[in-house]
Design a protein around this ligand. Structure first.
Ligand SMILES: Cc1cc2nc3c(=O)[nH]c(=O)nc-3n(C[C@H](O)[C@H](O)[C@H](O)COP(=O)(O)OP(=O)(O)OC[C@H]3O[C@@H](n4cnc5c(N)ncnc54)[C@H](O)[C@@H]3O)c2cc1C
Length: 415
């Protein structure tokens, strides 16, 4: 990966980019095909599994030595304590190597749950759930989406938590809770008050509650098949699940806000992650175009392939600049709701287009397990519906633009 200093960012951002790129280029990419061999694979050799684990451990220790471990967490919790922009620029570089985030101590959904616990957790909750999560002794899941209600409209969620003495009693049906099979606890989004139709904001009726997996009444029904393969995105029933009131995260009714915090600014990191992966797909496409000969000449001499390269260049560059613009606004303390919605729609779609072209240029190899492109393609597709489907964000963008127009002014693209 070609990472040179950027003239317009701080010295620290450039240092973080360079340190991350060095690990990606020296310790991950040369071993990429050996890096992810585990028992979970259909066919494997014990020696390869061992070598693979050793390679991952080597990267983790190098990341720790470099001071970049858990970059999303404050230093007091063992993280690198990076600022918003520093983290955004770092994520772009480490995403170039697919899966590298886990080698830097940032594994979804644990990382999002860690940030939630740092922000909303009591000292007791931090001790009990956050510390073991950070130390890798615990796994976790975030349980919000339900099969019978639209996830794109969180106000409609039906899982309830009823207060009985010093306990919450939870009843509900969730699905697509990632990491569901391995999680030691779930953060469950619950409706904690009845909606009486009195016009009160129904978002203010949601509360997030920590539910240990071994609590009676929690049933992990199945890992849902995703893209034809059984996954760790799980369907879960919560049936009269009783947990202490002390397991409530933040104030009663703060659940929607907490989810927005998790998703809102977090979308910048998701998008920088996509940009890093687009960058990788782009480089792979260029490499193949320059080396593969078909019909009497290199692919790079074919104008249709040149168009793929040019269109992908524009997709990567525009996705990247939009995301950085959004990150700078947030970092500067400005509202960025329109910008966040815009990157949520634009970046996954651009990512999808770039990977699609890279696969086309690579032919059959493009969909094989020998390259990271097939995995990227599936990821890009999911991103268009997860985290708030594109349509919802398009509506939000249009609402704000039209609202501005009604106030008598046009949109100011420069600010
Ligand atoms: C791989 C994967 C992992 C996931 N991990 C988690 C997790 O860990 N925890 C969790 O809680 N959830 C998770 N999810 C769920 C995800 O967040 C939801 O799928 C997403 O929020 C969409 O909700 P839904 O599937 O209920 O779709 P729905 O809300 O039913 O929407 C379906 C479609 O309707 C259309 N639509 C929606 N609203 C509008 C509108 N206003 N106008 C026009 N069209 C509209 C869109 O095209 C949308 O895609 C995961 C999903 C996937 C695929």
């Amino acid at each position: 990966m070609n990472v040179q200093p950027i003239a317009t960012v701080s010295e620290r951002v450039n240092e973080i980019r360079a340190l991350t790129a060095r690990i990606v280029n020296e310790d991950i990419l040369p071993h990429e095909n050996m890096m992810w061999i585990t028992e979970a694979r259909g066919s494997y050799r014990d020696a390869d599994v061992k070598e693979s684990a050793a390679l991952r451990e080597h990267v983790r220790s190098r990341v720790r030595q470099t001071g970049l471990w858990a970059p999303h967490l404050p230093q007091e919790y063992g993280g690198a304590g990076l600022g918003f922009l520093e983290l955004a620029y770092m994520v772009e570089v480490l995403a170039y190597a697919v899966g590298a985030a886990s080698l830097f101590g940032m594994v979804a959904p644990n990382s999002g749950n860690e940030s939630l616990l740092v922000r909303y957790g009591t000292e007791e909750q931090k001790e009990k759930w956050l510390v073991p999560l950070i130390e890798g002794r615990f796994e976790s899941g975030f349980s919000m989406t339900e099969p019978d209600r639209p996830g794109s409209d969180p106000r409609s969620l039906q899982t309830t938590a009823r207060r009985e003495g010093d306990q919450w009693v939870i009843n509900g049906h969730k699905w697509f809770t990632s990491n569901g099979k391995r999680a030691d606890f779930f953060i469950v989004m619950c409706r904690t008050e009845e909606d009486h139709g009195d016009g009160t904001d129904s978002n203010a009726r949601m509360t997030q509650i920590i539910v240990p997996r071994d609590t009676p009444g929690v049933t992990v029904v199945r890992g849902i098949e995703v893209w034809g393969v059984e996954s760790d995105h799980c369907e879960i029933i919560y049936d009269d699940v009783r947990v202490p009131v002390a397991n409530q995260l933040g104030e009663t009714g703060s659940g929607h806000q907490a989810a927005q915090d998790r998703l809102g600014a977090g979308r910048v990191f998701h998008c920088m992650n996509s940009v890093g992966q687009m960058w990788r797909a782009f480089d792979l496409m260029v490499e193949r175009a320059a080396t593969r000969h078909v019909h009497g000449g290199p692919l790079e001499s074919k104008q249709l392939v040149q168009a793929f390269i040019a269109d992908s260049y524009m997709d990567v560059q525009s996705a990247r600049l939009m995301t950085i613009h959004c990150a700078e606004r947030i970092d500067g303390g400005h509202t960025a709701r329109t910008e966040i919605s815009a990157i949520k729609v634009f970046v996954p779609a651009a990512y999808h287009r770039v990977v699609d072209r890279a696969i086309q240029v690579w032919g059959a190899a493009g969909v094989s397990g020998d390259l990271p492109l097939a995995h990227m393609y599936q990821t890009a597709r999911v991103l268009r519906l997860a985290d708030g489907p594109d349509e919802v964000h398009r509506i939000l963008i249009a609402k704000r633009v039209l609202g501005q127009h009604r106030k008598g002014s046009g949109w100011d693209f420069a600010n």
